[in-house]
Design a protein around this ligand. Structure first.
Ligand code: SF4
Length: 365
């Protein structure tokens, strides 16, 4: 039901049927969820929950497709913020050493390598609070964004807090998506970060959305939060004027020297419940299995895909934590009959790229 394949220029695009998919998505996308409703979904017996999530997933996504994204740290460590899970905060004594913003060419080299290995989204992360006082650095990043976008890849950045003007400049440079995680519920947030508020995070997300950039915003499990905090996180993003285009689900990788170094690993069934609940509540969102995935077996990952996850980070490294390498991911995906998404295969992304002539044609179909 969900794919029509349009060959446009040199690219073959598997795309949803615009009118049908739009109507179904609009009917299914609710922004008025009550926390109790989400909690009830979250508390469903696990296999029923996964069955329901898998059914919804199949109505809105091609279940054989997984988006492959590669993440590069373009400025490591030395961050002034106090995120209790992060090895890049200058407040904690961790093995991560601070470095300067990377030059443009090595970044483009990594993006080319990622593309050659099948990744269709390239994300660049910088460890800092915001861009104030970083005019030249920001210009360099805008250059990177233009170049990576010019390779035909979806391009994402995570650069801390943004002003509306900075978001506008990123959009103009061709940015596809901006990652700014809420991390956890509003209630639990102050136990994790004190140097910027939950509302400041929401303001950056609003600036990104208003600039016409897709929002990538999710959370981290294993911070010490409760089930109701996980429900609260999903409620918060599902209550936004647009559901995030992408919802990353990270499992904490405890880092020596951080305040959370001794946290217990999140239980696998909690990860599954969170993925499945997010899939049901935000049916058109890409659910991104992020940090901690390399700790999961193939079969555990397969169950995550069944529960609605449809994106992974792949490559040599995430920001500071290990990543599953491309060859292992390719082998796993072959075993499970999965394949990588094309760039801009998602209708929601293509709709935000009106300047691309190929998408302008398809959007009218
Ligand atoms: S998560 Fe980001 S903002 Fe927080 S300490 Fe780490 S690099 Fe800084």
């Amino acid at each position: 039901m969900f794919r029509s394949v349009a060959t446009l220029g040199s690219r073959s695009l598997a795309r949803p049927l615009a009118t049908h998919a739009s109507a179904a998505a609009a009917a299914a996308t609710r922004h008025t969820w009550r926390k109790e409703e989400i909690q009830k979904i979250y508390d469903t017996p696990l296999l029923d929950l996964i069955f329901r999530a898998a059914s919804i997933h199949r109505k809105h996504h091609d279940p054989s497709k997984v988006q492959l994204c590669t993440l590069m740290n373009i400025k490591t460590g030395g961050c002034s913020e106090d995120c209790a899970y992060c090895s890049q905060s200058s407040r904690y004594s961790t093995p991560t050493k601070a470095s300067k913003l990377v030059d443009v060419e090595p970044v483009l080299e990594e993006a080319r390598k990622a593309k050659a290995n099948g990744s269709t989204r390239f994300c660049m992360g910088a460890a800092w609070r915001d861009l104030s006082g970083r005019k030249r650095g920001f210009e360099k990043i805008l250059h990177m964004v233009r170049e990576v976008r010019g390779m035909g890849m979806e391009v994402c950045t995570t650069l801390g807090m943004l002003t509306p003007e900075q978001a506008r400049q990123l959009k103009e440079a061709g940015l596809t998506a901006y990652n700014h995680n809420l991390d956890t519920s509003r209630e639990f947030y102050p136990q994790v970060i004190t140097t910027r508020s939950f509302d400041e995070r929401l303001q950056t997300i609003e600036a990104v959305r208003e600039a016409g950039i897709s929002v990538c915003s999710g959370g981290i499990l294993g911070l010490g939060e409760s089930d109701s905090d996980r429900v609260g996180l999903i409620w918060e993003v599902a209550s936004m004027p647009e559901h995030p285009e992408s919802f990353p689900v990270n499992a904490l990788v405890p880092i020596a020297g951080t305040p959370l170094e001794n946290n217990e690993p999140v239980r696998y069934h909690t990860l599954l419940r969170t993925i499945a609940t997010a899939r049901i509540v935000m049916p058109t969102t890409i659910i991104r299995l992020a940090a901690g995935r390399n700790e999961l077996t193939d079969s555990e990952q397969a169950m995550c895909f069944m529960a609605g996850a449809n994106a992974v980070f792949t490559g040599e490294k995430m920001l500071t934590t290990p990543c599953s390498p491309w060859d292992e991911d390719k082998a796993m995906m072959d075993r499970w009959g999965l394949e990588g998404m094309q760039s801009f295969e998602q209708k929601r992304l293509a709709d935000k790229e009106p300047s691309l002539p190929e998408f302008a044609d398809v959007a009218q179909s």
